[in-house]
Design a protein around this ligand. Sequence first.
Ligand code: GLY
Length: 392
Amino acid sequence: MSRSRSSDVLVIGGGIIGLVTAWRAAGRGLAVTVADPDPGGGAAQVAAGMLAAVTELHHGEQTLLGLNLESARRYPGFVAELEEACGRSVGYRACGTLAVALDADDRAHLRELHALQHRSGLESQWLTGRECRRLEPMLAPGVRGGLQVEGDHQVDPRRLAAALLTACERAGVAFARGWVERLSVVRDRAAGAVLVDGTELAADQVVLAAGSLSGELGGVPSDVLPPVRPVKGQVLRLTVPRAYAPFLSRTVRAVVRGSHVYLVPRENGELVVGATSEELGWDTTVTAGGVYELLRDAHELVPGITELPLTETRAGLRPGSPDNAPLLGPTALPGLALATGHYRNGVLLTPVTGDALAAYLATGELPDEARPFAPGRFARVPGPSRPLEVSA
Ligand code: GLY
């Protein structure tokens, strides 16, 4: 089949980043089409939804911290606007986070994080083990101390994706439900895309927002293709029976034997436990080892977890970039912009990404907060831009 459809903007990828870009661009009066076989799917169906600008701070990622904090600051207003637009809740919880330590090594690691947060002007408070257990009585007696971060909240990524889909539909965004085979380039300019069924989608501007698949799209010149790779995360979902509630009141996390583990309690009784971090290409197998390690580490933090029904196990792919930061804005190919490479921060960066891309699409100018993340920093020819700092 070969139908032709024309828009101001074609967004390739209907995950939360593609959808927020489409919704915000439509809000600026642009005619937008999203191409995706399953819009609203993708990594958001797996992600826990922590908005962890402060607890996931890493050495050498100060520039990314600025963007993360800006997006966290926008979250309440973004949620209010989105819920108004789609008529339902996205499960935003201003509940804060408690990062705890189980042994002397963990405690030293957490003390370093506390010092880094302090140097970065961020709010966090050191608590003794007893103080941690006073906040969260289900914590193991062995918890040696922790950091309370009042400003790191959570949202339900599945509800966020569904809300963005509805908001897009209500804003008049069109959907082409199919896989994109290749970008169309006409006279050295991105001009749309062709789906695997032959449908041609013409557009004045194209945004590549295909998550971990963004580096694979056919037809994109090799010097423009984003350096994005899949980083697998296995995640578990459990259910807290009413009789056990409140099992946890806030997100609880730790680094156990060098691996991050976090427990994210939703108001509806869901408890999300994540996540592995594996460089295994396109593999999304849930493994016995992955489930075992997550449960083992979560059990060390909160022993009562083994009493809960395990309702789901799933793996997703984070779109990793060389400096762990997203690629936002125009490429060297006229007409092609990127919104990808969000790695561990896709849910957190959803509001600021939508705002930045829509501003760029409507005005041709990338807002100041997004400029350090322009794809030109990875240009394969000498130029003024260079990669951001990379965490140790
Ligand atoms: N930000 C949590 C994760 O990527 O696992």
